[in-house]
Ligand binder design. Structure first.
Ligand SMILES: *Cc1c(COP(=O)(O)O)cnc(C)c1O
Length: 371
């Protein structure tokens, strides 16, 4: 069975092998060495001066960033389940929240953000997804972050890059916190979250000192010394270290370029066989197709062609299907997935199979790769 959901992604063999070693104790020079190496490698890929690793899924890092970096009022973008989550976190902690709510295929606009800032002078933090995974939507977070900082440089800019980190180069110029998770482009089991931090965010964290388990001040104090406040998820960190070393060897430029080629080619192939790409601005991390018979298509894909892809949630339940492009995905695998979608449409009597999807995919893939 091919796992092609946009998180969790499959764990490659070299990572599984690295994680199969006997468990080592987290308070040892051996683990500290691995932790130090992983921190350095993460800083390189994120492009921010500080980084923290937490034993939690991505939402834990979202919570830690909101509670640590927002005091007065949070501005969040809700163009899907994950953007909605920032608002839910704020409400859970009784932090006032202004939300910009859009349909799941529409990114936040500059005008909406500026209007919200003008109407709410207390806003001291801004949260957005680089990619809103609910509908595969790319927000222009870099443009919005710049506008927010130009409006008021004191506002903390928190970017959920869980389905963007490791997918494409991310501009960190106006970002204070970038959130990542182990189970997406880093191809690890779920259970580790990552937060890249600007110097300003580090200062804010030191000054505020909030929470207990997710107290980032406590984590900073420990992690700069290459240890963690609580028991570290050693196995996942060992896997992360192996992944980042391999990624560096291959080169991030190469990984980003190949991801882009797979993603654009897959979108083109789906459109080429008459399917509709759901988001108005598609993210590179996944191909998200709108189709009323998505659940039937997914069922045939899984039961007949051994391909597991994701569906939609809430209003989009049964209406979309999502194909992952995150991580080091073999061209032979994604090419089979594209083929299998076309075969499934044939089996369901939606469209006769003629191999067009794979033809378009191959042409576009190698065209983009040559650029
Ligand atoms: C996967 C994901 C998360 C994290 O969800 P968890 O289930 O807590 O790991 C957050 N934001 C986005 C955009 C995601 O895709």
């Amino acid at each position: 069975m091919l796992l092609f959901t946009p998180g969790p992604t499959p764990v490659p063999e070299f990572v599984r092998v690295a994680m199969s070693e006997p468990t080592i104790h987290h308070r040892t020079p051996e683990f500290e060495e691995i932790f130090a190496k992983t921190r350095a490698l993460l800083k390189e890929v994120i492009g921010l001066p500080e980084v923290l690793m937490l034993a939690s899924s991505g939402s834990g890092a979202m919570e830690a960033c909101v509670t640590s970096l927002c005091e007065k009022k949070l501005l969040s973008i809700n163009s899907g389940k994950f953007g909605e989550r920032f608002g839910k976190i704020a409400r859970a902690f009784k932090i006032p929240n202004v939300e910009i709510k859009n349909p799941w295929d529409i990114p936040a606009s500059l005008e909406q953000v500026i209007d919200a800032l003008k109407a709410n002078p207390e806003i001291d933090a801004f949260c957005i997804q680089a990619c809103e995974s609910a509908g595969g939507l790319r927000h222009s977070y870099e443009v919005l972050a710049k506008a927010v900082k130009e409006y008021n440089p004191e506002i903390m800019v928190i970017v959920d890059g869980i389905t963007a980190m490791g997918v494409e180069p991310l501009d960190m110029t106006y970002v204070d916190a970038l959130i990542g998770g182990s189970q997406k482009a880093f191809m690890l089991p779920p259970g580790l979250s990552i937060i890249g931090l600007s110097q300003k965010a580090v200062e804010k964290i030191q000054e505020r000192d909030v929470g207990f388990y997710f107290n980032l001040k406590t984590e900073l104090k420990n992690q700069v010394k290459n240890t963690t406040a609580w028991t570290a998820p050693t196995t996942i960190i060992i896997g992360l270290c192996a992944f980042l070393e391999r990624a560096k060897e291959i080169g991030y430029d190469t990984i980003y370029h190949q991801t882009k080629a797979r993603s654009l080619a897959c979108d083109a192939a789906m459109e080429g066989i008459g399917l509709k790409i759901y988001p108005t601005i598609p993210a590179l991390s996944m191909t998200c197709v709108y189709h009323e018979e998505s659940d039937k298509i997914r069922k045939v894909l899984k039961n007949t062609y051994e391909v597991n892809i994701a569906g939609g949630q809430d209003d989009l339940k049964g209406k979309i299907f999502r194909i992952n492009h995150m991580g080091m995905v073999g061209i032979s695998e994604i090419s089979w997935v594209v083929n299998a979608v076309e075969l499934s449409l044939d089996m369901l009597g939606i469209r006769k199979f003629n191999g067009l999807a794979n033809q378009i995919f191959m042409e576009q893939y190698f065209r983009v790769l040559k650029q």
